[in-house]
Every structure is written in C-alpha cells, then in structure tokens.
Design a protein around this ligand. Structure first.
Ligand SMILES: *[C@@H]1O[C@H](CO)[C@@H](O)[C@H](O)[C@H]1NC(C)=O
Ligand SMILES: *[C@@H]1O[C@H](CO)[C@@H](O)[C@H](O)[C@H]1NC(C)=O
Ligand SMILES: *[C@@H]1O[C@H](CO)[C@@H](O)[C@H](O)[C@H]1NC(C)=O
Ligand SMILES: *[C@@H]1O[C@H](CO)[C@@H](O)[C@H](O)[C@H]1NC(C)=O
Ligand SMILES: *[C@@H]1O[C@H](CO)[C@@H](O)[C@H](O)[C@H]1NC(C)=O
Length: 442
C-alpha cells in the first residue's frame, strides 16, 4: 500500500465505517445506491442469495469510500493487484493504519535481541556498553489501534530474501534501521555463514546459506552533494546537484527491496543551494531555494530513478518518513535548557508532534508520493509520529564520541547529548517490524 492508503488512515481511528454510514444515511447518494441495488437484485436474481449475505449498509458504503480515496485500495479490493512479497493480506485491502496506535510496555517479548548478542551495532548506538544506566527504553511494543502487528520472523524474512538483495539508502538514521534489520536476522544465522563488509559508501551484510544480502548505501541527500565525502564542511556551504540521482543511483541497481530515507541533512534552517551543472565548472551556477522545494526535487528524482531502474512487478520500494529529534525539552513542556539527556520516559500526549518544520516536509513527501502512485508504488513507513513520543529512546551521551570531550562539555552532559540517533535494540526495531508487516501482510 502506498501513500494513498494513508489518506484512508487520516480518519480518526474511532471513526468506523458504521459511523460514516450513520452520518451519510440520508444522503441522496445512498438513496440512489439503494435504488440501484434493488434493480441489481431484480436483474441478477440468481446471484441474490450470495449477494444478500454479503450486503450490509456498511458494505454499501465501501465502494464510495474507496473511489474517493485511492486507486490502490480499489484495485486490491478487486483482487487484481497484489504487491510482490505479499503472502497474505491480513487486512483484506482495508484500512488498518499501522502507524496510528500506542506504545505498550512488554518486557516478555522485548527486546527482540540483546545488544551484546549483535556484533554489528556500530559503537555510536551501543548504549548499554557505553554506560546507559536504564534499560526501560527496550521494553516497548507498538500496538496499532485497529489491528495487531504480526511478529517479526527472521527465518521467514531470510526465506523471502533467498537469492535476493535488500538495500537501505539514505542517511545515518537509515543506517540505524539497516543495522536493526541485520541484528534481527543475524541471530538465526550461524557464525560462519554470515559476513559484514563496508567498502566506501556501501555496507553489505551477507547471509551465505541464503545467498541473500541486506545492504546500506550512504547518500544523505539521495542526490549528489558536496557533503557526500567531506570530512569537514560548513553547513552554509552545503549544496546538492540537480539531476544527479544517478551518481549514487548507479550503485543501487539490481536490488529486490529498496528502503529510502532522507531528511536530517536538509534541515539546515537555511535556504538550500542547488547546483546546476557540475562542481568542476569554473563558474558554478547556484540557485537558492526553500528547503521544501529542494527536498521535493530529491523525492521526485528518487521516484524517477525507481521508475527507470526497478521492475515494480517483482520488487518493492519503501520510503521512511522523517526521524524526529528531541533537542529541546520545551517542545514537550519540559524545563528550558534540557533535551533528551536523562529522559527515561516517553511523551504521553497522543497529539504530540514536535517541531513544525516536519509538517511541511511531510506534506512534500505525501503529496509527491501520492501524485506518482499510479506509476511508482512506494510503500510509505510513516514512523514520525510514533517515534516523536520516544524522547527516551535516543543514544544521548551513551555512545562513542568522535572527539575527546572538553571539561566544559563533561560538566554539562546536555551539551553533547545526541538526540538524533536511537539506541539499539530499541525504537528502530519497530520500524522494521512495520516494514515486515507492510512487506508481507498489508
Ligand atoms: C502518519 O501517522 C500519524 C499517526 O497515525 C498520522 O497522524 C499522520 O496523519 C500520518 N501522516 C501521513 C502523511 O499519513
Ligand atoms: C517463521 O517462519 C518460518 C518460515 O516461514 C516458519 O517455518 C516458522 O514456523 C515461523 N515461526 C513462527 C514462530 O511463526
Ligand atoms: C545469488 O543471488 C544472486 C542475486 O542476488 C543471483 O544473481 C545469483 O545467481 C545467486 N547465486 C546462486 C548460486 O544462486
Ligand atoms: C570497493 O569498491 C570499489 C569501487 O566500487 C572497488 O573497486 C573495490 O575493489 C572495492 N574494494 C573491496 C575491498 O571490495
Ligand atoms: C535526571 O532526572 C531526574 C528526574 O527524572 C532528576 O531527579 C535527576 O537529577 C536528573 N539527573 C541529572 C544528572 O540531570
């Protein structure tokens, strides 16, 4: 299901079909529909018993709802479209919104693996090893309001990947999700039957007995940028090159599942510099555009790359929405000057969203994906809201530091807490559970 489905999901969860029917009971449309049904019954008398058994006012409303929502859902209702990898549509093409739900404490089934048992977690994410005193952040399970998430089954995922390649493309947040997937899978693979190799921008985890790979390609803007291999650079110099998707995209070909993200690096708070032409041109032609316009350029380029390079009758594409940050405790009504440091509980307010700038980017994503969904079916992982509650789940100060900390920093941990990235195991395992659910069941 693509973004179109999320239009469905925008109904508040409590608004059932029945209540929609109630609200429209007297509408001329329903009246016409009933007349039509009587006629239909008359004309197709033979099929009547079966038809009647399926008929209810609720059912009568369904076609109308779908027409106004998304072609994808209509098609799946007709049974014509089943996306690759889907084995069983648990929700029958209807609209369980997996992303609308709540966190439930579950110390029985969580965490899905132990930090010390996954040797592939980068030292920036091994929070316990780096001294995090509390473990509560590991014991939460996402519970959608309208249905249950299927449990993640590593063997099943590996079987589906047999002879195939899965690739995560994007920034360090996507690297975290990639690492989570590797940890989820690697526990069922014996030590000598797996490898993990990084070469430049590409990291490849191989499950040898399955001839399967799970890979990560670092391209924080998806497009080519002057930050792609910079050691040191000024944010204000940051620049992406128009029409440059193939620079990185040439390295993404031949994959069966691709999971894209991009967000963090666009958030400079400044206008974005777009280069027309080449970095090598003597006089570089640079225009400055709004973050949203620049971001939209990248999403559109990604979609055209997918269209040109992937066969969507055999492969799947995912897009993960923005990973929220928790750099300012006032955002959730905390004391001023704080951030995610020393936060061990989540935000309880179900309407919490955080910074407004995320909204406009979300709009760009959903509008663009929706606009192109008939040509390029992208499965949208709407993880922003459910992650926004999780101010407790960041790596904070419990990570490998690149540079030695100064005495001033040490005296004030808030100043160097990382409120962007997430501890593993933790929140990002849920993102992959959602991916797993969307891949096989929804
Ligand atoms: C993402 O999910 C949240 C929570 O269910 C919802 O409020 C929001 O509208 C969704 N966004 C999109 C673009 O579907
Ligand atoms: C996981 O998937 C495998 C392969 O499809 C299956 O044999 C096994 O029963 C599943 N395990 C659980 C706990 O469902
Ligand atoms: C392994 O998988 C690749 C695709 O990822 C395929 O091209 C190759 O033929 C497979 N090798 C074997 C021995 O099955
Ligand atoms: C790393 O990648 C480069 C270019 O993609 C390739 O030429 C090189 O052989 C690779 N190195 C290793 C050790 O695989
Ligand atoms: C951490 O937060 C608790 C309250 O939740 C507070 O009592 C404690 O002083 C804080 N610790 C530090 C080091 O800020």
């Amino acid at each position: 299901m693509g973004v179109g489905e999320n239009k469905t999901s925008n109904f508040p969860p409590s608004l059932s079909y029945a209540s929609i029917v109630r609200k429209t009971k007297l509408s001329p449309f329903l009246f016409t529909l009933l007349i039509f049904l009587v006629l239909f019954a008359y004309l197709y008398g033979e099929d009547l018993p079966q038809f009647v058994s399926h008929f209810s006012p609720v059912d009568a409303m369904r076609p109308a709802l779908q027409l106004s929502q998304s072609s994808a859902i209509t098609k799946s209702e007709k049974g014509k479209v089943r996306l690759p990898f889907v084995i069983d549509e648990l929700d029958d093409g209807e609209s369980c919104n997996l992303f609308s739900g709540k966190w439930v404490r579950d110390a029985v089934t969580r965490p899905l693996y132990h930090e010390a048992d996954c040797p592939f977690i980068q030292p920036q994410l091994t929070c316990l090893e780096r001294g995090r005193p509390d473990k509560d952040y590991q014991f939460w399970r996402w519970q959608p309001f309208e249905c249950d998430l299927p449990s993640f089954n590593a063997t099943m995922m590996l079987e589906a990947l047999r002879g195939k390649r899965m690739l995560y493309v994007g920034d360090s947040l996507n690297r975290g999700q990639f690492t989570s997937m590797v940890c989820l899978l690697q526990s069922v693979i014996p030590p000598n039957a797996k490898s993990f190799v990084t070469n430049g921008s590409l990291t490849v985890f191989t499950a040898m007995d399955y001839n399967a790979t799970v890979e990560f390609y670092w391209a924080p803007f998806l497009l080519e940028s002057n930050s792609d291999d910079a050691i040191v650079h000024r944010i204000s110099d940051r620049m992406v090159r128009r029409d440059s998707i193939n620079t990185h995209g040439d390295h993404w070909k031949g994959r069966d599942i691709v999971v894209f993200n991009t967000y963090l690096w666009w958030m400079t708070g400044l206008k974005m510099k777009i280069l027309q032409g080449s970095y090598k041109d003597d006089e570089m032609q640079v225009v400055e555009v709004s973050t949203e316009d620049a971001y939209s350029l990248a999403i559109n380029s990604m979609l055209s790359w997918v269209k040109q390079n992937m066969d969507l009758t055999r492969t799947r594409v995912f897009f993960t929405s923005m990973s929220p940050t928790h750099g300012k405790s006032q955002d959730w009504g905390g004391e001023s000057g704080g951030n995610c440091y020393n936060q061990t509980t989540m935000i309880e307010d179900p309407n919490y969203w955080g910074s407004d700038s995320r909204k406009s980017i979300m709009r760009v994503i959903t509008e663009t994906l929706h606009e192109h969904q008939d040509e390029v079916m992208v499965t949208f992982l709407n993880i922003t809201q459910l992650s926004a509650y999780r101010k407790d789940a960041h790596t904070s100060i419990y990570k490998k530091q690149w540079n030695p900390l100064t005495p001033e920093q040490l005296a004030n941990p808030v100043s160097y807490a990382d409120c962007v990235h997430w501890c593993l195991p933790g929140l990002q395992d849920t993102w992959n559970e959602l991916l797993f659910a969307k891949l096989f069941y929804f």
